[in-house]
Design a protein around this ligand. Sequence first.
Ligand SMILES: Cc1cc2nc3c(=O)[nH]c(=O)nc-3n(C[C@H](O)[C@H](O)[C@H](O)COP(=O)(O)OP(=O)(O)OC[C@H]3O[C@@H](n4cnc5c(N)ncnc54)[C@H](O)[C@@H]3O)c2cc1C
Length: 444
Amino acid sequence: MADLLSWGRYPHHPQHPQAVYWADDVAPALSGIVDSHATSLPYGMGRSYGDSCLAASNHVIMTQGMNRILAADWKTGVILAQAGLSFADIIQIALPRGWFLPVTPGTKYVSLGGAVANDVHGKNHHVMGTFGRHVLRLFLYRSDEGMLECSRQIRPNLFAATIGGLGLTGVIVAVEFQLRPVVTSNINQTSIRFGRLQDFFQLSASHDQSHEYTVAWVDCLATGQHAGRGHFIAGNHALKDEAPYSHTDLKLAPSKGFKMPFDPPFSLVNSLSLRAFNTLYYHRQLQERIDSRVNYDPFFYPLDGIKQWNRMYGRAGFQQYQCVIPEQDGQAVIAGIMQEIAKSGTGSFLAVLKQCGDIVSPGLLSFPLHGVSLALDFPQHDQKNTLLFNRLDALVHEAGGRLYPAKDAHMSAAHFQKAYPQWSTIEAIRDPKLLSQFWQRVTQ
Ligand SMILES: Cc1cc2nc3c(=O)[nH]c(=O)nc-3n(C[C@H](O)[C@H](O)[C@H](O)COP(=O)(O)OP(=O)(O)OC[C@H]3O[C@@H](n4cnc5c(N)ncnc54)[C@H](O)[C@@H]3O)c2cc1C
């Protein structure tokens, strides 16, 4: 099996995988790695951008083959599945039966175990909270205690530590969770072009009550009177009796897509291509508001249309910067951060803004806070990124915000420990044979 990287391909530390297919494979796989390399780490689909899915030993337990549904009740929408099952596969099986994921990130190529370990959030955070809120039970293998069941009633401390636990509390072998009902596979989408950052906050305030899904794309390079311009997207699952859309029943999206065929020697993303793309993208919508009916796939997963798009950044890879700023200072601090980014001339095709709600996350290290989250990608360039990230980190931490470990490859130990004070509880409960490069960097 080929060596693996994280999604940002930075840091470039190839991981040697040991594949597991059944729960019984996990104990021998882990002890096999540990005998020669001291520690390991579970690895799902490698959609974390930085080093949180990279083992300190560079030897991971690869769970993708552990991908079966073990039990499903299609009356209640409760599923028990192996942890390597992907969200893409869950949709294939559940959607034709009238069920959808309760919470989904911006890619469907994540495993159940990875979604739990990062307690992922989606465009409906203000209504549904994080994925961990919909998890009912976990089955976990620990090197010191063997196979354990945990839930809100059984071993609740281990349950809370494992949701958002970054793969450090044991190898999750199975997850029981609650799906949400749908009657069609489509979304009623409203797309509104806006000219200033403050418009985003007004649009969120006026749409979050009426729309389950809200998010915005912003042009991170626009300055002056155009600073913070973008497109606000709101959506709700479409209902069956909304004629004339009778063809919109529970149909899966066709599988198609372009694949980035090779690694260019340098990044195709640079200040020229970024500026051109962002300007074109902003002006692609001529009317200020468009209401349409769209399939769930382009609505939730626009980036999945180009397989391995991460290669576009060339061999050096890229880093994503995702922060969340508490509600009270959100607008001013995000304006300051975007000003710094625009000044730096670097940035990404898609900078994503999302208003997170006040639903408390169940995990000890869950990322979302009540406030506003900004995420964008930067081509890897050691000196430029370090200078810019230092300035952004100072703004984030002064405001009491934090960075998302699933996306991170640079956060300092001091910032992590201040922003996630429960880290020491995770360290106490950590499986001694599991250790990531991220955890080593921010705690040891
Ligand atoms: C295009 C794109 C869009 C994204 N959008 C969002 C978003 O909107 N919201 C969001 O929250 N995230 C988002 N992400 C991040 C992604 O959802 C998370 O990183 C997710 O956890 C990746 O799942 P994975 O299966 O690839 O896990 P990996 O990246 O392989 O691993 C993630 C963590 O889970 C642990 N892990 C994996 N499997 C297990 C297991 N069986 N037992 C215990 N621990 C395990 C690993 O050790 C690691 O710590 C996005 C990523 C991409 C590439």
